[in-house]
Every structure is written in structure tokens, then in C-alpha cells.
Design a protein around this ligand. Structure first.
Ligand SMILES: *Cc1c(COP(=O)(O)O)cnc(C)c1O
Length: 223
């Protein structure tokens, strides 16, 4: 058995108090999740709807599932009944669909706005400028079954620590900007989700409130 409990403990020791840990369990078997659960971990991150659905059915009900992958609008309906947070809102269309499906079942879903800052084509999300336009346009204010709790982003996958740091700081500054402009009266708008196994120590220095860590806890993923 992979030393999930030990890794989790070591990882937690490096986190400042108040920082939330999303244990990214995608592609790992449910036994690994059970190990982490046994030592108190409750928030897990998954990136595929089908896998999340299976794990949700087989594992304890008080697990808080965060969806962290690219979400297609036609998959929203399936996850809305049990997902705790959708971290990867990357369009108005998706936000609208989450709101619609949540309203149908009388839920309000916590979501994060996914920011694209990394200088890579492959990273998803919307740029700060695209978010500014969307937020200014205002249609989102009519969505009463989603609760926008903050932002999420992924830094570039590079060795240059200063580049990573500057991307995190840009995300933090963007958070402050839209908090002041649109969410000053929203006490729940508090989350800055950034930092993964390779860069979360930098993220913590750049005001991350939520880190998403897979490999350091569960080992390499087998695809
Ligand atoms: C897979 C994934 C992670 C975890 O990455 P690790 O390097 O294994 O810690 C974090 N965030 C997102 C969005 C992911 O898809």
C-alpha cells in the first residue's frame, strides 16, 4: 500500500493554519481515498464526471467533492446533486448551466472562477480581461443558485520559480480587484485556489487559501 497516511500528514504539516487542502484523488483507487479519510481528510478533488460519480456512490457521504477538471455543460446535471464545489467555471454558459441545474433541485452550488494567467496554450480558464468584461456585463448577478466564492488558477508548468510566483501574485491581485468591485458585501468570497504538488509552497507565500495536491499524497497517477 502506498503510504498515503504518512504523506498526508507530512503535507499538512507544511500548510499554514486556515489553508484548505483539496486531496486530488483523480485516477487513484477508492482505497487510497479511504486511507486519507481514515486520518480525517474530507475534501477530495476529481476531474472527470464519471469517475466522480462512481467514487461518490462508493465512499462516505460526508466527503466534500470538488470538481477541478474541465466541465462540459452536458455533464453539469449529473454532478450538481452531490458536488460540494465546482472550481473550474470557465464561461458564462457554464455558470448559467450550473445555476439552472442547481435551481431545479433546490441547491446552491459553491463555485470558483477559473483564471487563465499561465503563458501556455494548454491551460484552461478565462483571462483577467475576459473576466472583467463578463463581470461588468452583469448577467451573472441574476444567478441565485450559484455562490461565487473566489478564484482558481494553475501556474505555468515551468522550473522558473519567479515566473510561478509572479503568476500567483497576479491571481491574488485580480482577486482583490474583483472583491472590491463586485464582492465587497459577500463574506463567502474568500477563496484563492492555487498551488499543486510542485508549486504549493510558493503559492502559500502568495496568499493561497486552498491548495490542490495529488501526487505528493497519493503518488504518481496511472493513466
Ligand atoms: C491534477 C490536478 C492537480 C493536482 O496535481 P498534482 O501535481 O498531482 O498535485 C491540481 N489541480 C488541478 C486542476 C489538477 O487537474
Amino acid at each position: 500500500m502506498y503510504p498515503v497516511k504518512e504523506n498526508l500528514k507530512k503535507t499538512k504539516e507544511t500548510l499554514a493554519e486556515g489553508v484548505k487542502l483539496v486531496a486530488v484523488s483523480k485516477f487513484h483507487p477508492k482505497e487510497y481515498i479511504e486511507e486519507a479519510y481514515a486520518v480525517g481528510q474530507r475534501i477530495f478533488g476529481e476531474s472527470r464526471e464519471q469517475e466522480l460519480r462512481t467514487k461518490h456512490t462508493e465512499l462516505p457521504e460526508d466527503i466534500r467533492w470538488h470538481f477541478i477538471g474541465h466541465l462540459q455543460t452536458n455533464k453539469v446535471k449529473a454532478i450538481v446533486p452531490y458536488v460540494s464545489m465546482i472550481e473550474t467555471i470557465d464561461s458564462l454558459r457554464l455558470l448559467k448551466e450550473v445555476n439552472k441545474q442547481a435551481e431545479k433541485i433546490g441547491r446552491t452550488i459553491d463555485v470558483l472562477l477559473e483564471l487563465h494567467i499561465a503563458k501556455e496554450e494548454t491551460k484552461s480558464g478565462m483571462t483577467p480581461e475576459e473576466w472583467r468584461e463578463l463581470l461588468a456585463e452583469g448577467e451573472w448577478k441574476d444567478f441565485h443558485n450559484v455562490r461565487i466564492c473566489g478564484i482558481m488558477m494553475m501556474a505555468s508548468n515551468v522550473d522558473d520559480q519567479e515566473q510561478i510566483r509572479s503568476e500567483f501574485l497576479e491571481a491574488a491581485a485580480f482577486f482583490d480587484e474583483i472583491k472590491a468591485e463586485y464582492f465587497a458585501d459577500a463574506p463567502y468570497f474568500t477563496e484563492r485556489s492555487y498551488g499543486m504538488s510542485g508549486d504549493y509552497l510558493i503559492a502559500l507565500q502568495c496568499r493561497s487559501t486552498m491548495v490542490r495536491i495529488g501526487t505528493s499524497i497519493f503518488g504518481p497517477r496511472v493513466y
